[in-house]
Ligand binder design. Structure first.
Ligand SMILES: [Zn+2]
Length: 129
């Protein structure tokens, strides 16, 4: 799992110091914004840019194995476990999006799929099949 907290923090501080323009960071793709508005998970806390409580999390999946599904937004949430049991390995990206000012930043990325299922599965979920 890769955590992008530091990259996020440095983007915010570059912005505050004037080394980045808000247009550099508040550039969420219209599709990403739409996904955030319609299906994003509300995140507690304020947007680092506009201070509104309008942050959402959107999950994406990428991977050659996923074929046409690569690059899609994960919706509904249960689709992720379906993908994980149908494929060996793919990458999941969690993106923070502000639906007000279009700030967006990668929060973390991690591997998912059957190869990682054994590590991730909770003891209580064992033997369900
Ligand atoms: Zn904002």
């Amino acid at each position: 799992m890769v955590d992008y907290t530091l990259a996020r923090r440095s983007a915010i501080s570059s912005l505050r110091r004037g080394r980045l323009d808000t247009s550099d960071v508040c550039d969420a793709h219209p599709e990403l914004l739409r996904a955030a508005k319609n299906i994003g998970d509300a995140v507690p806390g304020q947007c680092p840019i506009c201070s509104h409580e309008s942050l959402r999390w959107v999950r994406y999946v990428y991977g050659d194995e996923l074929k046409r599904d690569s690059g899609r937004v994960v919706y509904p949430a249960a689709w992720l476990s379906e993908l994980a049991s149908a494929h060996d390995s793919f990458t999941c990206y969690l993106v923070e999006v502000c639906v007000d000012c279009a700030w967006n930043h990668l929060v973390r990325s991690y591997m998912a799929g059957r190869r990682y299922q054994a590590l991730a599965s909770h003891p209580s979920s064992r033997g369900r099949r």
